[in-house]
Design a protein around this ligand. Sequence first.
Ligand SMILES: [Zn+2]
Length: 516
Amino acid sequence: MILNFGNCKDITKNGSTDVKLFFWLCFIDKKWRSLFLAGYNLTIQFNYCIKIFPMKTANKRVFTFIGTLVFIGLVFYQCSQESETTYQKIKAYADEIKVINTHEHQHWPEEYGDLNYRLFHLIHSSYLMSDIVSAGGQQFDMSHLDSLSLEKYWDANGEALDYTRNTSYYSHFIKGFRKLYDFDDLYFTESNIHDLSGQIEENYADYRAWFDEAFQRAGFELMFLDQYWKPFNTDVEEKYYALVFHINPLVMQVSNKPSEGSDLPELYKRAEDDGFAISSLDDYLEYCDHLFRKNIESKVVCVKNSLAYSRSLDFEEVPYDVARALFDRSSAGLSRRESKQIQDFVFHWIIQKSVKYDLPIQIHTGYLAGNGNTLDNGKPVKLNNLFLKYPDAKFVLFHGGYPWTGEYAAFGKMFPNVYLDLVWLPQISREEAIHAIDEMFDCVPYNKFFWGGDCAFIEESTGSLEYGKEVVAEVLSKRVERGLLTEDVAFDMVQRIFRENAIEVFNLEERLAREF
Ligand SMILES: [Zn+2]
């Protein structure tokens, strides 16, 4: 805003009131002070013009009226121009992107049984539940929740729920309701949950219609669906989902070969149903290859390994002969080390098949959801040998490797074939995500990042997306303000992280050209 300094002096000449006013102006916000002085300046010059040009009183009034409108317009324009911060500009840009969400576990409600969905069913299928348990609350069976009134539930878990109001699990979860529902509060309370729960009940009476509406409103274009709870299903609704091949059973069940008369583990049962007899390691691998091809027929976009939930991410190289001899023995007689060896062999085989079929490999690293597990299982550095051995494979590491975010970032920097998916990191800890993503942006090229939601229902995915965009916008805006980035590059980074990188790395161009 340009100020005529000569007229500023006039302010002080006009007497003690103006001097006092000018003094008090020193204490108000710089932007408003500039606007006030500019307005004062314009008014003085305008009055001066009216005085020196001869015109009728009526014309002077019209002239003054028009001048006032122009002045008010200018002030509003100036306010709107100056009030948008870098953060707001980046967040607004992110809000316009049709997001490719690279990791979800979305369920249809009927998969949990015939339930009457209310707020507490959604809490119990969210990450927040593990914070409630951690705070001393109770985990109820989903069907048992149906028989509980909201009051009874609040009596049981209200206090523990209140103790989680500080966590990112809580705040990302509530954000979904703030975005999609008529709900503006920062916290759930005993009194505000009734209306919200009623709205949920209404929406879940026709969840397909609600899902479709919420999916659009949240800004999603496509979700990668990892169905860990039914890993052999290849039938997904392509309007919303891209299929992910969840390979945990292939790795874990190789060391769980059925013995005479025992129940068949799922993979062996499926093989029998599909007409495959498994009596050797070669038979086992042939059936695994059949599963690969079946997934490819259903347009699978990647494979997913979340083995850190049940074992270490250290996969040693095991020769074929050793693996074959281990498979030929009774699984019950294998030591823990021997079971791990044959599993390791199968995961190496899966990597080789993924290279052959050009499928990226998503790997859970770091923190484990739920309550109680072996944190060390998911340490990213355990994967180092795989990155060296398979330069043609595309590895996508999940979750920022939290709490080992530094070594996670280092792999994205060191290896051209290692990508970093920020999925779930902001929900685990918003502040750690801000710190870690800032560090990652310092050292890893931005064509190597993705974002995913990792949730069971659309409300939590929506909250996760809002959270993810806020975190990325916060990191980028600070970097722009520090002069480390220009705004146009920050916009490009947002576009890349939430959409373009996934299209490129997972070969989605053809899929996105589809019409429904
Ligand atoms: Zn997941």
